[in-house]
Design a protein around this ligand. Sequence first.
Ligand code: ZN
Ligand code: ZN
Length: 412
Amino acid sequence: MIQVNGRTYAKPRRPTVVVCLDGCDPRYLDVGNASEVFPNISRMMREGFFALADAAMPTFTNPNNVSIVTGAPPALHGISGNYYLDRKTGEEIMIVDASPMRATTILAEMSRGGVRVAAITAKDKLRKMLGHRMEGGICFSSEKAAHATRAENGIDNVEALVGRPSPDMYSPDLSLFVLDAGIKLLEQGRADLFYLSLSDLVQHAHGPGEREADAFHNAVDAKVGRLASLGAVVGLIADHGMNDKTNADGTPRVVFLEEELNHRFGADAVRVICPITDPFVKHHGALGSFVRVYLRKPLELAAVMDAAAALPGIALVLDGKSAAGRYEMPLDREGDFVAIGDTHAVIGASRAEHDLTGLHGHRLRSHGGLSEQVVPFIVSHPVNEKYRNLERTRRLRNFDIFDFALNGLAQA
Ligand code: ZN
Ligand code: ZN
């Protein structure tokens, strides 16, 4: 048994693969032709374990991937966005390494306990967080697969292993490459515990039931089926859901909050930080449904919060302390207040900071708020009674997936 952040995990008795289906809203699995699009995953939902679980807030990629691998909420591991404002220096920081992480991971402690671990991610921005404190395992991204070295990544010649060049960062293959690399490593018996994290590029562009979404998910499904047929226990989880964020006419529904508040309270009155901001902005223009607001002038906090809350599209405004408490986020990285958009609205800073030309006529789809918190939670094999019943006593979290996959299986 291995102790990690107050929880106990059994070492894998057979290969165990947790896949994070980035942006896989449960509605993608709930289309009429699901058994055709998702034959393998549909079977796992029937014959293994399926529930709905809550993602960590805010519903962005970094906080949730780190929650999944630590088995803990952001308050414990410190990652509450892709992008944050450092209160001490006033600097705005893009998180691209593990330096802001305050907790060890299940992957790291397993690797230190002698388990052979492989963590593969689509986007390189996540790689160092997933590999945090790992010892002797394999950890690389499909984005930078061509540059993987034994010294840095525990593996080289990844393109030869997978049989194709590393994909373009805006290609759906960025995700499929991750799964194919996992399949190869599993076939060659090179790891016992896997974490495979995909990209939500397709889900940002295409809604449930659209041809492109179905084609992508069908390809994912085949690879997930392959992992299971090789004898692995497969856990499927998502970091967050996804919603259409548009007006009735299909144009993006955006509240430019910094602009609005500075208009009302004076130039430079507030700074709005969009924690969705990452190097991949083409498909969402750095617009999500959760922002942190910092006062730059001695204003009455309640008055600014009231003004924000009154804007159409804003669902909820909470002061930093309340938000950190309610959503288990690290208080020292919280804003003076947070604003959460409603189901069909995103919140930005100012028009100049968000480039939406990358949408190329696509409807804006994004995440970050409470409406994207529900995600599918699937285990390929039946779980025991204790784990089956857990769902009745408390809401499952996406970061319970390693617990289920490693500790929860029914005796075969
Ligand atoms: Zn994501
Ligand atoms: Zn996204």
